[in-house]
Each structure stands twice: as C-alpha cells, then as structure tokens.
Ligand binder design. Structure first.
Ligand code: ADP
Length: 173
C-alpha cells in the first residue's frame, strides 16, 4: 500500500530516495523545477544527463518517458527526469501526463526506491491547468505505485498548487 502525502515547499530540500524532475526533452536543464534541481544538485546531474543523451537520447527524451541519473548533492539517491506534455486546449494530452507519473514510478521501483517526491508536472511553464494536473497525478499514483515504493510525496511550490492537490486527494476513490 502506497501512502500519498502533500508537502508545501521546495522539492530540492526533500530527503527521499528519488526526486522526480519535470525536465524538458533535451535533458540539458531549463527553468522552473528543472533549474532548481540542477542548481542545488550540482554539475554531476548535468554530466549524467549529457551521457544519457549521447548514449540513448540524441533526439531527446520523448514526452511521457522517464530516466534516472545521480542526485548529485541533493538529499536523494537519484533524480528521475520525465518530460511532461505542453498543455494544448484543442488536444487531449492527458495520457502523456499520466505516463510521466507511471513511468517515473516504474523507474523508481526498478531502482529500489521506497520514497519518491514529485512536483506538479507540466503545471508551470508547460501551462497545464493545476486542478486537472492534480487529478491526473493523484489518480495515476493510486493506480500505478508498486512495491517497493511506499511513500509518494507531492511537493507543491505554492498554496494554489497545494490546495488543488488537497481537492484531488479528497475526491479520489
Ligand atoms: P513544466 O515545464 O513541467 O511545467 P515547471 O518547472 O515550469 O515544469 O513547473 C512545474 C511545477 O513545479 C509548477 O507548479 C511550479 O510552480 C513547480 N515548481 C517550480 N519550482 C519548484 C521547486 N523548487 N519545488 C517544487 N515545485 C516547483
């Protein structure tokens, strides 16, 4: 049974086995949570990302997929980078957003992670509406979390995000 908890704060300060990064497909860093993870985690994470790009993802990590690297100086064993979809009002891309959570959990479980911290993927620069993003996140973690993952923490950067996740958790079956 996986416990889901909500934390209001900065994901780079979490002490967990795996921190999930809302990356972009280049894996070379960006703004938002991605920038914060690379700044706090130090250059080892980027070095690992560059190696992954060279060996597997020359064309970029596809949307909805996830890969693990070192966590550098973060208080975690590894960072799982996943590429969320950009919100598009005229196209339902929610399966891709669900895939980010599912694939990240799969990679976490394969790596033996017990505790995993997620940001609200796609809800920043990629423009996904927060309530919908929260619903997809909570539903997918309920459906897809498998042992040894036992503690999934959503780390929400502001009150609006925290409240959206509270509503999503309250509404979940
Ligand atoms: P995306 O490109 O997937 O939208 P962003 O990093 O722009 O990614 O935003 C994803 C979510 O992460 C947003 O809700 C944003 O407020 C939040 N966020 C930004 N920095 C942090 C942080 N240090 N810790 C936790 N969440 C963060």
């Amino acid at each position: 049974m996986t416990a889901i908890t909500l934390v209001r704060g900065d994901i780079t300060e979490q002490h967990v086995d795996a921190i999930v990064n809302a990356a972009n497909s280049s894996l070379l860093g960006g703004g938002g949570v991605d920038g914060a993870i690379h700044r706090r985690g130090g250059p080892e994470i980027l070095a690992d990302c560059r190696r992954l790009r060279a060996s597997h993802y020359g064309k970029g990590l596809p949307t909805g997929r996830a890969v693990a690297t070192t966590a550098g100086r973060l208080h975690a064993r590894f960072v799982i980078h996943t590429v969320g979809p950009v919100w598009q009002a005229d196209e339902d891309r929610s399966a891709l957003l669900a895939s980010c959570y599912r694939e990240s959990l799969r990679v976490a479980a394969e790596s033996g992670a017990v505790s995993v911290a997620f940001p609200a993927i796609s809800t920043g620069i990629f423009g996904w509406p927060m309530d919908d993003g929260a619903r997809i996140a909570v539903r997918t973690v309920h459906e897809a979390a498998v042992a040894p993952v036992a503690d999934v923490r959503f780390v929400l950067f502001d009150d609006a995000a925290y409240q959206a996740f509270e509503r999503a958790l309250a509404a979940a079956p």
